[in-house]
Ligand binder design. Structure first.
Ligand SMILES: Cc1ncc(C[n+]2csc(CCOP(=O)(O)OP(=O)(O)O)c2C)c(N)n1
Ligand SMILES: *[C@@H]1O[C@H](CO)[C@@H](O)[C@H](O)[C@H]1NC(C)=O
Ligand SMILES: *[C@@H]1O[C@H](CO)[C@@H](O)[C@H](O)[C@H]1NC(C)=O
Ligand SMILES: CC(=O)N[C@H]1CO[C@H](CO)[C@@H](O)[C@@H]1O
Length: 841
């Protein structure tokens, strides 16, 4: 052996390491033994990887591709591709003359040329070969398209297979329907430039790149017969979320779930630059995917690309079946190596070759519109004419525009097997069986962690829904105190022997992006999930959540798409209680992200105690089509409401808390409002303090659980009418809000309510460090002292009996705050009894 295999040495089991830390013996065993003969001293300098023998380092698969397709099959595939490429190109350019029955004139060309050509031929060839595989084997397949900007390539195939006509009769499979499709694409009333919820068969928009792979993994979970073919662009492959999503397989149990067949479409370019994958040689690519745990097959024989891809897809499906069969017969393969295809084809393949002396096909210039001046420039128009007629539309379509028999022979006969008609993508929602939350309710007057109690409910949800509910968590389940779910379930980590094959409902991967993508794929195919997270880090998936909400908004407007479950988030480990962590872990900004969504889909809840949290969770797990954000504490805090009271409170979204109010809140001088667990506690403590120090002040305490009630009437389905708002908050009395999030969000919501000048808002002020819980309140002026002082200050303006001593009272109260600060600095902890339940006697 000439060169040492340094990568392999790293895997060598060490006899001293505890068993669970040793890598699992795998196909690498052979290599390990081999490498074991290499003296360590030869490891530096590192050998040139190109010198390493392929067969040892790289799981690069070689296949005999000859004769895999019959003559008829090959001809059908080629004609399908020609037809689809033709239609895709026509969609970008033409508004009339869709079959190019006469010479293209300037009038035939759209006024604005919009669309992305470059990726289309690649998406089309994959489509054609999925069709072949479906026809041949009868598999259930979904197609998830990473480069969603290649919508013309997908829509053209959907038209050919009749799925468009099925959902949109105006796009009938004839000349009229084709003309309508071509004409309206990227124009008002037509399909937009990206795959979206209007596109039959889609569960992923692919506008914001990076998520196709994780969405695919989520989609196949608990659907053992589903194969999700996922094209990842080589540009998309450069994204962080895609990089981490390659590990998705490590969370797929082949016995209970289906499979993803990833195809990296290496067309070499992105918008205006080479791609990283496009510059990697075969060894680099196979070594990379070998490291991720795959066997890679490079598909690149351009002269025989259909044979190459057909053989490769058959091989890939065969590997998938091997892995699944082994697992389903109780003998799972240890660290199975799933297949991945690397498809190398030129960008804009079959399009114009050159313009003004520069390459188009096979370069970034093919990315969008390859002949941008076709309407005004006769030369470009002639090139367009040549390009489109080169596909031979007259052979492909009859005079009435119907695709020929060869093309139709490639389309799955059974409609429900066609990629555009898979039920998973549009009507698969099974509501969860959620137990009555009152069974888990806790006693009023005790102290409880919202998360611990909710964990008990989730444990029951897991048991009652063994294959339609999952939790996606970035390694925070235990830290967030939701681990009761692990009582009857486990973590579904296939590479850890202890976790394997136990039906674990919890996916813990420390990539918020992967958690989010999997949750999306799982939800959009009809199931329900939950994403609990540290409050500070949910913002990592902010734009993903927004993209998802756009997809759902559109889906909601598409008549043939049926409802789906909600996307459910729990935020805990909030800024207000940071025992171990500090400033970096204080960031309630995700609330604002959800508030910005369309009111029809946004729901933000800040339940004040464990019973309210239970009620909120039970509601959200059953609700459809929303993005639900639930914010709560994991630390024990008082249970203020009995189950019956919590139920009423949560239905109303807000209520007067009479026990903390003066005279049950009648005729108050000031209204104090808590929003969030700790904020509510401080408000109640402020009310108690005020009752002692200034009995003349009449206080009403209101608690708000559902943030959306605050917005002006009509702004959100939950928004209170002005009458209800007045009866809860009074018409003209000062209101002091103590809010868990950034004050500016609450300001935005309240804008439009009458008399804003009477409202004061306390909230997170971007102040913090690793400090005691009460110091966090003091630092951000959300403490009971700050709330009480402001109550006195504002009420003094209206109530003369308060005004007399206002200055003295405020000084006394703020002095207490100062004394507590000094105490905390001196002792490193809050004064004893700070969080004892306030008393009102
Ligand atoms: C997150 C994100 N960043 C940037 C873009 C802008 N963008 C649109 S297409 C594209 C290139 C995509 O390259 P690739 O995935 O290889 O697709 P293809 O080249 O096949 O069109 C980029 C950067 C985007 N859509 N999403
Ligand atoms: C607005 O609120 C202030 C302070 O509570 C009050 O004095 C005033 O009368 C209110 N104005 C109206 C128009 O209600
Ligand atoms: C928040 O805390 C910091 C530090 O104690 C202080 O400087 C700041 O003024 C506080 N309050 C507000 C409203 O910013
Ligand atoms: C605990 C408590 O005070 N609950 C009250 C909340 O407010 C509603 C009316 O909005 C009352 O009915 C509850 O008694």
């Amino acid at each position: 052996m000439d060169s040492p295999i340094y990568t392999v040495l790293l895997c060598r089991p060490s006899s001293n390491a505890p068993f669970h830390l040793q890598p699992i013996i795998s196909p690498l065993l052979y290599l390990v033994q081999y490498a074991g003969t290499t003296p360590l001293s030869t490891l530096t300098p590192l050998p040139d990887p190109s010198q390493l023998p392929d067969s040892i380092l790289n799981y690069r698969v070689q296949l005999n591709t000859q004769g895999v397709l019959s003559k008829q099959e090959l001809s059908a595939i080629k004609q399908f591709r020609r037809a689809a490429d033709y239609i895709a190109a026509a969609m970008i350019f033409l508004k009339d003359n869709a079959l190019v029955e006469r010479d293209i004139t300037a009038d035939d060309i759209k006024p604005r040329l919009l669309g992305h050509w470059g990726t289309c031929p690649g998406l089309v060839i994959v489509y054609a070969h999925i069709n072949r595989l479906v026809r041949m084997t009868g598999i259930d397949a979904l197609y998830v398209v990473g480069p969603g900007h290649g919508a013309p390539g997908i829509l053209s195939c959907l038209w050919l297979e009749g799925s468009l006509a099925n959902f949109y009769p105006k796009y009938s499979r004839d000349k009229e329907g084709l003309t309508a499709l071509v004409k309206s694409f990227s124009s008002p009333g037509g399909f937009p430039s990206h795959v979206n919820a209007e596109t039959p068969g889609s569960i992923h928009e692919g506008g914001e790149l990076g998520y196709a792979l994780s969405v695919s993994f989520g989609a196949v979970m608990d659907k053992p017969d589903l194969v999700c073919v996922c094209v990842v662009g080589d540009g998309e492959a450069e994204t962080g979320p895609t990089a981490t999503a390659w590990h998705g397989y490590k969370y797929i149990d082949p016995a209970e779930s289906g499979a993803v067949l990833p195809i990296v479409h290496v067309n070499g370019f992105k918008i205006s630059e080479r791609t990283i994958y496009g510059t990697m040689d075969d060894k680099e690519i196979t070594a990379l995917f070998t490291g991720y745990g795959y066997q890679a097959r490079i598909v690149e024989d351009l002269d025989n690309i259909d044979e190459d891809l057909a053989a490769s897809m058959e091989w890939a499906l065969g590997e998938i079946k091997k892995i699944q069969t082994a697992a389903r017969s109780g003998k799972p393969i240890v660290k199975p190596r799933w297949p991945v295809l690397i498809l190398r084809t030129p960008k804009g393949w079959s399009g114009p070759k050159e313009l003004h002396g520069e390459y188009i096909e096979g370069s970034f210039r093919a990315h969008q519109v390859p002949l941008p001046e076709a309407k005004t420039d006769a030369n470009e128009r002639r090139m367009l004419q040549e390009w489109l007629t080169s596909y031979g539309p007259k052979e492909l379509f009859s005079e009435s525009g119907v695709p020929n028999d060869a093309i139709l022979s490639l389309i799955p006969e059974q409609e429900s097997k066609r990629l555009g008609m898979r039920e998973e993508a549009y009507k698969a929602y099974t509501p969860l069986d959620v137990p009555d939350w009152r069974t888990f309710a806790v006693d009023k007057g005790t102290d409880q962690s919202c998360m611990k109690i909710t964990g008990e409910l989730l444990d029951a949800v897991v048991q009652q829904n063994p294959s339609s509910f999952r939790i996606f968590s970035p390694d925070e389940l235990v830290s967030n105190k939701l681990d009761a779910v692990l009582r009857h379930s486990g973590r579904n980590f296939q590479w850890d022997i202890a976790s394997r094959a136990n039906g674990g409902r919890v996916i813990e991967i420390l990539s918020e992006h992967t958690c989010q993508g999997m949750l999306q794929g799982y939800t959009l195919t009809g199931r329900t999930g939950l994403f609990p997270s540290y409050e500070a880090f949910l913002g990592i998936v902010h734009t993903m959540m927004v993209q998802y909400a756009k997809f759902v908004k559109t889906a909601h407007e598409v008549p043939w798409r049926q409802p789906m479950g909600s996307l459910n988030y729990v935020e805990t480990s909030t800024w207000a209680r940071q025992e171990h962590n500090g400033f970096s872990h204080q960031n309630p900004s995700f609330i604002g992200a959800v508030l910005n969504l369309k009111p029809a889909s946004a729901r933000v809840y800040l339940p004040p105690d464990a019973n309210c949290f239970l009620s909120t969770m039970a509601h959200c797990l059953r609700a459809k089509n929303y993005v639900n954000l639930m914010v709560g504490s994991k630390q024990p805090t008082p249970v203020w409401l009995s189950p019956e009271e919590a139920d009423k409170h949560c239905i109303a979204g807000a209520s007067v808390w009479k026990f903390a109010s003066t005279d049950e809140g009648m005729a108050p001088d000031v209204v104090l409002v808590g929003i969030g667990v700790e904020m509510t506690f401080e408000v109640i403590a402020a009310a108690a303090l005020l009752r002692k120090t200034i009995p003349a002040l009449r206080v009403r305490v209101v608690n708000v659980t559902d943030l959306m009630i605050l917005g002006p009437f009509g702004s959100h389905p939950h928004a209170l009418s002005d009458e209800d708002f007045d009866s809860l908050f009074t018409r003209d009395k000062p209101i002091v809000f103590n809010y868990h999030g950034y004050p500016v969000e609450l300001k935005g919501l309240l804008f439009g309510r009458p008399n804003l000048s009477r409202m004061g808002i306390h909230g997170y002020m971007e102040e913090g460090t690793t400090t005691s819980p009460f110091m966090m309140m003091l630092m951000n002026e959300t403490s009971r002292y700050h709330i009480a002082a402001e109550a006195v200050r504002s009420a003094a303006l209206l109530n003369p009996r308060v005004e007399i001593d206002a200055h003295k009272t405020i000084s006394t109260i703020l002095h207490l705050a100062q004394k507590d600060k000094e105490y905390i600095h001196a002792h490193g902890a809050d004064p004893a009894g700070t969080f004892d339940r306030p008393t009102f006697d």
